[in-house]
Design a protein around this ligand. Structure first.
Ligand SMILES: O=P(O)(O)OC[C@@]1(O)O[C@H](CO)[C@@H](O)[C@@H]1O
Length: 405
């Protein structure tokens, strides 16, 4: 569990203040994507969590109160007794007392997950301490037959040439980002057909140029979802280590449950175990990764800033130092993208390099589009996507690979 001191530290040393010039995304436009998350997904999620555990009276009352607050009330501060009361008092200055719909979307979602964990006594000192309210959903996905099939498919890849395998594994990790259980609370899962021609930006050639085989670089991977996203991420990491694109990989996960399916250390362990227990190539990959953790070639870290409601431009000095120390950082997923470029209504052709100029080193985003923010598109692309009439920004049918050297 993160200490209050660590989170305080993360917030104190904040570096330059994040971008300006485009309006911050709020959730107060009925019918907008952000509005739907607060008005529909969050209440549905409270119900799902309530149904998934034999919680006691106190927890049911707390969930009722949270539901009432997010639908009819205003943002309330954390109770004084909470270990991170001070941290969130600072983060929430100017936000408490407002409607949840009128504060920045990124902040509201993040605080919602903190409050949900509070309601189920995740941070308490009693018997529910550390019980992940999303664990049943993550476990069901990880033990499902879809994962069996995905692991079996690795056998066919074992003998393909390394560059072809690299491209396939990169795409598997990219599209694995559709496997987001929060996204599935209300939206239908996109079908395989939806992804045909779905790349709106593809800097993969530059990515491989930055990672030549034999370069023995250190790489950071900022994970997103567990299960059907983290497994292809781990398979890609194994490939990078095996082919000596990287000598060391640091995998950054969340310190506490977040956005339903975001990967924590427990989820990393569960995914690695799933791989090692699989037959064939998947099992061999799992064994190699397990051994890599013991030698330090694969290291897992869980900085408190990964659950902060802030853009990465405001990252604390120690995390900045970690990214400075590697040759490339790969950010997985939609939330990481929102935090990387800042959750604002940017013109979609704003260069990705401009929005990430503050980042201390080369950076890559592998993301399926599941919220309104996007940058780095070629001129004319946003217009032609709009003409298609599809919900290309938010439905997970489109994806991007963006790189800044
Ligand atoms: O980071 P991820 O897992 O790719 O996506 C997180 C996400 O589902 O959560 C938010 C809605 O709750 C959206 O911004 C986004 O679609």
């Amino acid at each position: 569990m993160p200490s209050d001191a660590a989170a305080d530290e993360a917030d104190r040393d904040t570096g330059p203040v994040a971008g300006s010039g485009a309006p911050v995304i709020l959730s107060n436009e009925p019918g907008s994507f952000a509005w739907g998350v607060l008005a529909e997904r969050h209440p549905a999620l409270i119900q799902q969590v309530r149904d998934a555990f034999p919680y006691g009276r106190r927890q049911h009352d707390a969930l009722d109160a949270l539901l009432d607050e997010i639908t009819n009330g205003v943002v309330e501060p954390l109770p004084r007794a909470e270990h991170d009361h001070g941290t969130w008092s600072d983060r929430g200055r100017g936000r408490f007392g407002q409607s949840w719909f009128d504060v920045p979307f990124l902040w509201a979602e993040s605080y919602f997950y903190r409050r949900l964990l509070g309601a189920v006594e995740y941070f308490g000192s009693g018997p529910w301490q550390g019980i992940d309210p999303f664990a049943p959903f993550k476990q069901a996905e990880l033990s499902g037959t879809a994962v069996d099939e995905e692991l079996r498919a690795l056998d066919a890849l074992a003998d393909t040439p390394a560059d072809q395998r690299a491209a396939t594994l990169l795409h598997a990790a990219l599209w694995g980002n559709r496997a987001d259980l929060g996204f599935r609370v209300t939206a239908a899962e996109p079908t395989a057909d939806d992804s045909a021609d779905g790349l709106v930006a593809d800097d993969s050639a530059l990515l491989w140029r930055l990672l030549p085989a034999g370069a023995l670089a250190a790489i950071a991977v900022v994970a997103d979802n567990a299960g059907r996203e983290l497994i292809p991420d781990l398979v890609l990491i194994d490939h990078l280590l095996e082919q000596r694109h990287a000598e060391q990989v640091v995998l950054h996960v969340k310190p506490t449950p977040y956005y339903v399916s975001d990967a924590t250390t427990s989820d990393f362990v569960a995914c690695l175990r799933r791989l090692t227990q699989a037959p064939g190539e998947a099992g061999r990959i799992g064994a190699r990764l397990w051994a890599a953790t013991a030698t330090g070639r694969l290291e897992v870290r869980a900085h408190s800033f990964f659950c902060a409601p802030l853009p990465y431009e405001e990252m604390p000095g120690d995390l900045r130092g970690e990214f400075e120390a590697v040759s490339l950082t790969i950010f997985k997923g939609d939330l990481n993208y929102r935090r990387l470029v800042d959750d604002r209504k940017w013109d979609a052709t704003t260069p990705f390099a401009d929005r990430t100029a503050y980042f201390p080193g080369a950076v890559t985003a592998l993301r399926t589009l599941k919220s309104d923010v996007v940058v780095g598109l070629a001129r004319g692309t946003p217009e032609s996507l709009e003409r298609s009439g599809a919900a290309w920004r938010t439905s997970g049918t489109h994806a991007l690979i963006q790189v800044r050297e």
